[in-house]
Structures are given as C-alpha cells and as structure tokens.
Design a binder for this molecule. Structure first.
Ligand code: 13P
Length: 251
C-alpha cells in the first residue's frame, strides 16, 4: 500500500507575510490529518519562515528547484546542501515550467536527481506531455523518454526514494484536468516502464502524483484510481481551505 502524498507547489507566489498567513491557516485545518504525507513548496524566500512554522507539525518542506553542485561560482543558484540546512526534505525537479522557460532538460533533471539522492533530499520528479504531443498520439513516447533519461544511472534502491509527478502540460493552470482514467493510464504506463528498467517491486513501490488543475472537488475521483498516489497542486495550493480539502481527499 503506497502512502498518499499531497504537495503544494506555490510557484512564484506569496511574500513572506502571505506565506505566514497561508501556513498558519493551513496548520489549523490539517492538524487532525494522518496517513497522508503533506509537502509545501514555497519560493526560496519563504522557506526559512515556513520551516519555522511547520516545525511542530508533520508537514514537510520542499524547494521548487536547485543546482546539482554543492557550492561554487553559480550566480543566482541554490545548492542541495543549502536547502537541507534550512529544513527542506523534498525537492521538486524538472517541473514543466522550468523545462519550458528556464532550459531544464532531461540531462539537468538527471544531474539534479542524483544530487538530491546524494545529499539526502527526497526528489519529486515531474514529467508530462504538451497538448500538441498528446494530440499527435505521442504521450507515452514523450513520458517514457523523460523517465528513461531522467532516471538514467539510478539503482532500483535509489528509485524507491523517488516520487514521480505526472503533469500533462495542457492541464496545468488551465482548469482542464485529465480525466481520472486518462491520468491513470499514463501512471500505469509509467509503472510498466519502471518495472522494465528496474524491477516490479520498485514499480509497485514508487509513488506517482498527478498534477494539473487538481481541486478539492476532483481529487477524490483521481485518488480512487489504482495508480494515482497523490497530487502536485498549483493554484489550489495557494488557499488554505482548498489545499486542506485536497489533503483530506477521502472526506
Ligand atoms: P495547477 O494546479 O495550477 O494546474 O498547477 C499544477 C502544477 O503545475 C503543480 O506543479
């Protein structure tokens, strides 16, 4: 049985004071929740403040990006060691917005993934096809290639520590959710790929989140699917009550 994992990717939103308000409200709403991993990924500037606010909870902290080196002449970058130092335990790698706007490639995803594992951060690795790719019938080809290149060189034990997120680009921020069946089909394909590349036990153990317009009112049907183990949430993660609704998906 895979433990559900709900993560809020705040993207480039919230000042420190807005972050404080959001987290304070959320803490009250999810304090009774058990059996679900809850992860918050605020922007870098709010990480230390959010770390303090969640110190007395089971909520985990993630960054939205990092460099793969420990330190050095990389102006504007943040290293895995720095993230661990301020209390991050998760790291989002290869989000489609980073791939589309900031030159992230399968190769940099792979470097960051290896660094995350080396420095003891839990990676959330994002994959997903564009609308044009889906319409051209290339979804599994695209997702398969992203997985293969992104996870290249990892052992099965290392892959067991990875969370994958399937985020069809056409469903992000558009209000268009993949149907639960569409998402589950791709998740199932991803498990087949993991089984072929590593082993069946790993394929069954790895948690795969769905991301793309997840809301309190569609989360339950997504979570009812056999291969969907959680959600990576954008817009609905910026409101305490809606993210709490997602975290409590059974109710
Ligand atoms: P939305 O939930 O706003 O569609 O964003 C999804 C996403 O990109 C999470 O990483």
């Amino acid at each position: 049985m895979r433990r559900p994992i709900m993560a809020a990717n705040w993207k480039m939103n919230c000042t420190v004071s807005q972050a404080r308000e959001l987290v304070s409200a959320l803490k009250g709403l999810v304090s009774e929740v058990s059996g679900v991993d809850i992860v918050l990924a605020p922007p870098f500037t709010s990480l230390p403040e959010v770390a303090k606010l969640i110190a007395d909870t089971d909520i985990s902290l993630a960054a939205q990006n990092m460099h793969w080196e420990e330190s050095g002449a990389y102006t504007g970058e943040i290293s895995p060691v720095m993230l661990k130092d301020i209390g991050c335990t998760y790291i989002i790698i290869g989000h489609s917005e980073r791939r589309a706007y900031f030159g992230e490639t399968d190769d940099t995803v792979n470097k960051k993934l290896k660094a995350a594992l080396h420095y003891g951060l839990n990676p959330i690795v994002c994959v997903g096809e564009s609308l044009a790719q889906r319409e051209a019938g290339e979804t599994t080809q695209v997702v398969g290639a992203q997985l293969q290149a992104g996870l290249a060189g990892l052992t099965a034990d290392e892959v067991n520590r990875v969370v994958l997120a399937y985020e069809p680009v056409w469903a992000i921020g558009t209000g268009k959710t993949a149907t639960p069946e569409q998402a589950n089909e791709v998740h199932g394909f991803m498990r087949q790929q993991l089984s072929a590349a590593f082993n069946e036990a790993t394929a069954q153990a790895v948690r795969i989140q769905y991301g793309g317009s997840v809301k309190p009112d569609n989360v339950a049907e997504l979570m009812a699917q056999s291969h969907i183990d959680g959600a990576l949430v954008g817009g609905a993660g910026l409101k305490a009550d809606s993210f709490a609704g997602i975290v409590k998906f059974e109710g």
